[in-house]
Design a binder for this molecule. Structure first.
Ligand code: UN1
Length: 495
């Protein structure tokens, strides 16, 4: 019997709702139903927003260090349950266990980090130009936030959003991906058990196109934080503008690794394999383009092909597996379609290119790690986000051309450069127009104490995670207070 996964509204777990349910399925073995999930009716979303609105009145006045303490308790539980949660991530989403444990670790890190922000959340005091007057800026919460998250980081991305929203004094209605509803529910249970007052964090399950959109356009919502595709993010952002809501969207990527003629090729190959095929390519930070200097192109390609051919495909719970399944059938078909497009466009298929159905993999959504060489930068496979284990190798004659190719995309999330030459590294850091640049490291592995997000069509609004310019800027507004204790009318700029 599969567990029934419920909504959390005003502190109560509710399973009845619309009376409809949907299933969350293990993508490595579609006969394994991970959970039967309550499908929210509009009225559930209404009640969740209402509960969050009521809870906001008190929660915003709980001292931030106390709000932080609740997060700290949640972080402790997350750490204790890391293994169990990691196994659930693999079962529900497919990524290999070591990566699933990394997903949970990222949530633990952001939860401790934001817990400690409860004792910081600082603003500024600045001298006034007038006597007997003081001025300060403080961070204030916004209100009820709608958080809409994807399936590829089922614990980490929800935590990136929930923790800064809560520590800042907001209340939340959270709509996770329907493909990872069980993971999301475990995270919410941990927070609720850590001592959140009822209504501060509400959970509603459903599909993006109905529950997600209904929530995002709800008049009771003040802010929306979304991670997912560029198409959906841009639509949500337009709707948010119309509804005068604050919005932040983390969206697609078409991230490139530049490999220069002086690069340590062994290191570059390892980075390319990790960036291209880690999480089966289902990361917004995946390295889907390798831009290789012509002097080392042939040698690199040979080494990369050799390394990719050793990757073992399978269920992510098996120790020996390197590459797990794709999330669902639609995603698998989309990736296979892009492989056909690549062939039609004249790119050279070096390895992979097919669905993988050996042994127990017949029951899941597996695709072979796929490499295309001789890719022209303007081909669709080099321009559009595939979100699967497909890597394009592109030739460049020098650093300048490589940077131009790296920048020639509508996206601007991450890039990486492999070079031993400090001057080339400096030029690349300066001229590449992504928000995150790695030197001699792959495109994945952003750390939570720095802001995360992209430029161009990779991101809209504030960035996520920690550091200056991170998520606290999304979940708070600056309020400026001038206090005049002179007892007389003083006129700035005039007295
Ligand atoms: C995502 O793919 O949506 O740097 C986020 C990384 C991870 C976060 C990825 N820390 O790949």
């Amino acid at each position: 019997m599969s567990e029934v996964i419920k909504n959390l509204i005003d502190g109560k777990w509710e399973g009845k709702s619309s009376g409809e349910t949907f299933e969350s399925i293990n993508p490595a073995d579609t006969s394994d139903v991970v959970g039967v999930v309550t499908k929210s009716a509009s009225a559930d979303v209404d009640r969740a927003v209402q509960a969050a609105k009521e809870a906001y009145r008190k929660w915003r006045h709980i001292p931030a260090p106390k709000r932080g303490e609740i997060l700290f308790m949640a972080a402790e539980t997350l750490a204790k349950k890391k293994q169990e949660l990691g196994e659930l991530v693999t079962r529900e989403m497919g990524k290999v266990l070591s990566e699933a444990l990394g997903d949970v670790q990222e949530a633990i890190d952001i939860t401790y980090y934001m817990a400690s922000e409860g004792r910081r959340l600082s603003g500024e005091t600045i001298p006034s130009e007038l006597p007997d007057k003081d001025c300060k800026s403080i961070r204030v919460p916004i209100g009820v936030c709608a958080l809409i998250t994807p399936w590829n980081f089922p614990i980490a991305i929800p935590a990136w959003k929930i923790m800064p929203a809560l520590v800042s004094g907001n209340t939340v209605v959270f709509k996770p991906s329907s493909y990872t509803a069980v993971c999301a529910t475990r995270l919410v249970e941990i927070l609720q058990d850590a001592g959140l007052p009822n209504g501060v964090l509400n959970l509603v399950h459903g599909r993006g196109e109905d529950t997600g959109e209904y929530l995002a356009t709800h008049p009771g919502i003040e802010a929306i934080s979304f991670t997912g595709s560029t198409a959906v993010g841009e639509r949500l952002a337009r709707m948010a503008m119309e509804g005068e809501k604050k919005v932040s969207c983390e969206m697609g990527g078409k991230n490139g690794i530049i490999i220069m003629d002086d690069a340590n090729l062994e290191l570059a190959v390892e980075g390319a394999v990790w960036g291209g095929f880690g999480t089966t390519g289902q990361r917004c930070t995946a390295a889907s383009r390798l831009i290789v200097h012509e002097a080392v192109y042939d040698r690199f390609l040979e080494m990369f092909k050799e390394a990719a051919s050793k990757l073992r495909i399978g269920n992510g719970l098996h120790k020996e597996t390197d590459v797990g399944p794709l999330i669902n059938e639609a995603q698998m078909e989309k990736v296979l379609r892009y492989i056909e497009i690549g062939k039609e466009e004249g790119a050279k298929l070096i390895i992979g290119g097919r669905a993988y159905k050996e042994g127990e993999c017949a029951k899941g959504y597996f695709i072979e790690p796929t490499i295309f060489s001789d890719v022209r930068p303007d081909m669709r496979i080099a321009q559009e986000e595939i979100f699967g284990p497909v890597v394009c190798v592109i030739r460049a004659k020098d650093l300048e051309e490589a940077i131009a190719i790296a920048n020639d995309t509508k996206y601007g999330l991450v890039s990486a450069v492999y070079t031993q030459d400090v001057n080339k590294s400096a030029i690349a850091e300066r001229d590449i127009d992504t928000s995150i640049v790695y030197i001699n490291a792959s495109t994945i592995g952003a750390e939570i104490q720095l802001p995360f997000g992209g430029r161009k069509r990779s991101g809209i609004g504030n960035k996520e995670a920690g550091g200056r310019g991170g998520a606290l800027d999304m979940f708070t507004e600056w309020k400026v207070i001038y206090r005049d204790f002179s007892g007389k009318l003083q006129k700035a700029q005039m007295d």
